[in-house]
Design a protein around this ligand. Structure first.
Ligand code: VGL
Ligand code: ZN
Length: 181
């Protein structure tokens, strides 16, 4: 059984937001097109307290309950069965959706009989990568949908190294056109 994890498709990671992936909004139509094909869709949101140590590394973004922390307005939320919140403590980064504090993602996937995890969303170098690495390390067959992810692109080369790291870990990078049923 397959599941789709939509990572952090939030206003602050899209153009006009506080920590934008320059083309972050491009992932929205792709995710909307594929999310229908999955029996289980979950989505994470970065959800930081105002005084998080995370903001020593990053400009303040996705502060809990703020507009910037909302899903992108065009993301289809109807198929999302479980809403995960992560980075909710003030001493952690919470990059991976498996670090969600309101739900135990690993347990949830196991209870539903999921063995294949597909991942899309934002951002390639941080939360997508961490989620994918956690997923494969927990034993799920893990696919990252290349045209459904975008990088924050802080330093040249970061996206390519993240893609290489994921490939090296045994994660399959696929295009959304391969997801047909
Ligand atoms: C993210 C940087 C800081 C992400 C979250 O969602 O990839 N990146 N916090
Ligand atoms: Zn964050």
């Amino acid at each position: 059984m397959r599941a789709l994890i939509i990572v952090d498709v939030q206003n602050d990671f899209c153009p006009g937001g506080a920590l934008p992936a320059p083309e972050g909004d491009k992932v929205v139509p792709v995710l909307n097109r594929i999310s229908d094909k999955f029996p289980l869709v979950v989505a994470s949101r970065d959800w930081h307290p105002e005084d998080s140590v995370h903001f020593e590394k990053w400009p303040a973004h996705c502060v809990e309950n703020s507009d910037g922390a909302d899903y992108h307005p065009e993301l289809n939320k109807k198929n999302i069965k479980v809403h995960l919140l992560k980075g909710t403590g003030n001493i952690d980064d919470g990059y991976s959706a498996f670090e969600a504090t309101n739900e135990n993602l690993e347990l949830l996937l196991r209870e539903k009989g999921v063995d294949e995890v597909y991942i899309g969303g934002l951002t390639t170098e941080y939360c997508v990568k961490s989620t994918a690495i956690d997923s494969i390390n927990k034993g799920f067959k893990t696919y990252v949908v290349k045209d459904a992810i975008e990088g924050v692109k802080q330093n040249p080369g970061d996206v390519d190294s993240a893609l290489d790291e994921m490939k090296g870990a045994g994660i399959e990078l696929i295009t959304s056109s391969l997801i047909t049923k």
